[in-house]
Design a protein around this ligand. Structure first.
Ligand code: HEM
Length: 398
């Protein structure tokens, strides 16, 4: 967990008018979290990005996310990026629950398990080709194509040839350095393409979009727009998060031989190790809500129209919830981390994400137990709005 060292004065400065998206913060995020928890700060106010509240206390985040009738998910992000209508992510109660219930039937642990062979079938040849070349980039060359193909083809049921072209606008949308109007234009193009796929039967019947086409919600069939909003939510929710987090795991194992050794010595340790790394390298550091009515949180008066960020990444280091939070402990139990969110909007794809990451890491450790990082090429994904992770993780095979 290497970071640029900061003095208490630096940390105080970083936590005043807090900007959880600045590179200066990313460079010292763990020290800032430690400083804020030490000073018993559970809710902060910042005037950056148009002004927002930031909840970092574990129980404060729990409190806010459990009241979706006050704290709305409706089409909003900080920093400001275009947010298309997404189902279920941008729905509030009472519309949210029927969709979430229906979609959850496609994302059970058992259904996730069915993807294992397919993940291995895509990743193994990529690793072998990398070994033959002596190197590969585990995010750019392995995880990005894997996530595009799995999401587009296996989960949604679209055509394989469209995997990368359809994934590209989704990645653009989440980048802070990509112009807003171009991102909106790209997303319109993607929606038009998928609408055309739906109308012309270019969707596999046994995958989610095909099966949803025959499902009922409140006694009626889903509309074409609803199918599209679900498809786009699944694309935005899963591809970058899972790919960048896998990058974080590989960077950690590449830099900490002792932890890698623990995994090599005990196959059964991987699931709990990944839970702990999800806590430490929280991929979605923050998630926003807008406030629908005046409300008091932690003795602060929040007003209708205010914005609040749920600081999942910071809450994962709250010492009141996690003993010795700076210590990476692969056998930590139970790990009630917030990396998949919590409450009504908890991640729909958490079982799929864990299945994918564990299959890839297991394969990597089996095929290349002595891989080493090409440190010069490791790149943190600073352009992603609220996502922490790495978009380039080159490894060399010994
Ligand atoms: C490591 C990978 C992943 C992480 C860290 C992650 C994180 C999250 C988080 C924090 C939320 C809650 C947002 C909130 O508080 O409003 C969420 C929601 C969601 N995620 Fe994930 N996600 C991951 C992978 C996936 C995958 C693979 C899929 C789909 C294939 C997916 C689909 C969704 C959807 C549809 C929602 C919206 C749920 C709702 O609003 O009810 N995610 N995710």
């Amino acid at each position: 967990m290497s970071e640029i060292e900061a003095t208490d004065q630096d940390l105080q400065k970083l936590s005043e008018n807090f900007d959880p998206f600045a590179n200066s913060f990313w460079d010292r995020r763990l020290q800032v979290y430690r400083y804020l928890h030490r000073s018993q700060r559970t809710l902060l106010r910042s005037e950056r990005h148009g002004g927002f509240w930031y909840a970092i206390g574990y129980t404060t985040v729990l409190d806010v996310q459990s009241r979706p009738e006050v704290f709305s998910n409706y089409r909003f992000t900080i920093p400001d990026r275009p947010v298309p209508p997404l189902i279920p992510a941008t729905l509030d109660p009472p519309e949210h629950m029927p969709f979430k219930r229906l979609l959850s039937t496609f994302f059970t642990p058992q259904q996730a398990m069915q993807l294992r062979q397919r993940v291995a079938g895509i990743v193994e040849p990529l690793l072998l080709a990398g070994r033959a070349r002596g190197r590969t980039d585990m995010v750019a060359e392995v995880m990005m194509p894997l996530m595009a193909e799995l999401t587009m083809v296996d989960i949604l049921g679209l055509e394989a040839a469209n995997a990368m072209p359809y994934a590209t606008p989704v990645h653009h949308m989440t980048r802070r350095d990509y112009p807003r109007d171009a991102a909106e234009r790209d997303m319109r193009w993607l929606a038009d393409q998928m609408r055309d796929d739906l109308r012309n039967g270019r969707v596999r019947k046994e995958a989610i979009l095909g099966r949803l086409g025959g499902s009922l919600i409140d006694g009626r069939r889903l509309s074409e727009d609803e199918l599209l909003h679900i498809a786009i939510n699944l694309l935005i929710g899963g591809m970058g998060t899972t790919a960048f987090f896998t990058g974080s795991v590989i960077v950690f194992l590449g830099r900490h031989a002792g932890y890698r050794q623990q995994l090599l010595a005990d196959d059964a340790l991987l699931p709990s190790a990944l839970e702990e790394l999800l806590r430490v390298y929280t991929p979605t550091q923050t998630f926003g809500r807008s406030i629908k009515e005046d409300v008091v949180v932690e003795n602060a008066q929040l007003r209708k129209g205010d914005k609040i960020l749920l600081g999942y990444g910071g809450a994962n280091f709250d010492p009141r919830a996690f003993a010795d939070p700076d210590n990476v402990e692969f056998r930590r139990k139970p790990v009630r981390h917030m990396s998949f969110g919590i409450g009504p909007h908890r991640c729909l794809g958490s079982h799929v994400a864990k299945l994918i990451v564990s299959t890839v890491i297991d394969l990597l450790l089996r095929r290349a137990p002595d891989f080493c990082l090409d440190e010069a090429g490791v790149k943190r994904n600073d352009a992603a709005a609220s996502m922490f992770g790495y978009n380039s993780v080159p490894i060399m095979f010994q």
